[in-house]
Ligand binder design. Sequence first.
Ligand code: SF4
Ligand SMILES: [Zn+2]
Ligand SMILES: [Zn+2]
Length: 305
Amino acid sequence: MKCRKCRETAVINMAQHKLALCREHYLEWFVQQTERAIHKYAMFPKQARLLAAVSGGKDSLALWDVLSKLGYAVDGLYIHLGIPDNSYSDESCRKAVQFAEQHGLNLTVVNLKEQYGSSVIELAGRSRRGQLRPCAACGLVKRYIMNRTGLDGGYDVLVTGHNLDDEAAVLLGNTLHWSKELLPRQSPVLVGMDGFIRKAKPICRFYERETAAYTLLEGIDYVDEECPYALGGTSYLYKDLLNRLEDEQPGSKLSFYQNFLNARAGGFFNVDAVDRPVEMKNCIHCGQPTFTETCAFCRLVYEEE
Ligand code: SF4
Ligand SMILES: [Zn+2]
Ligand SMILES: [Zn+2]
């Protein structure tokens, strides 16, 4: 197969775009498409200070790489969750640190165990109900630390490496439940409010195989293993279902997500009602916004012994 632009041998064929490209033109296309998404969804202006949440995996490192290539001022944040299986957290931390050093970028590492006394697995195990799954505790912890680090550091936007496979799986889950709250909220950009940093997902329209191809062709070294707790989760099931659909009907994942975004932009949901600021208090421990006296993070870390 030949590259559509230069007729050299293609390294990737994207059936959904009817597009085959060589290495050079694929890397160029990936960067251009990212910039196009940033503009299309009005994610952030060129002078914005960005904080990229990096996990050491391919998507977040590809994102960090592309944004710095595009000339954005983008620092990284790695959250060491203390996941012990196969030294998962240690290994992924090493990859994030190595990438930052090789590219001369700033990386903040927040080590949960060192800073807050417990790993995410320990926190899940001793939560009051004793039944908080590691992923539920992990989601809460990550959201809190990302928001707090972003605001404390004076960043304008927190960027995350969610890809199309992630977003389509979330959309499938939200649709299966016809979630009135979550469906209108799912967006490539979430506006910032008092106490909450603006969030954006610049690579949300790339298939996972496309971000994998980018990192491979760029020679980016990333942690290959999935987090052991990802296996068996509902997100895994939804991804598997969507992959089967994609095999039968190439492009269906992209059209599922893109048509949802178009419907959202066209007024299908009452987005204004969702984005309306709500009355919140400040957590008595940490000062972060919360509906209760103590925020969910502080309850998990300090109270639920
Ligand atoms: S799979 Fe679960 S525990 Fe692992 S990083 Fe993701 S949310 Fe955290
Ligand atoms: Zn080419
Ligand atoms: Zn708090």
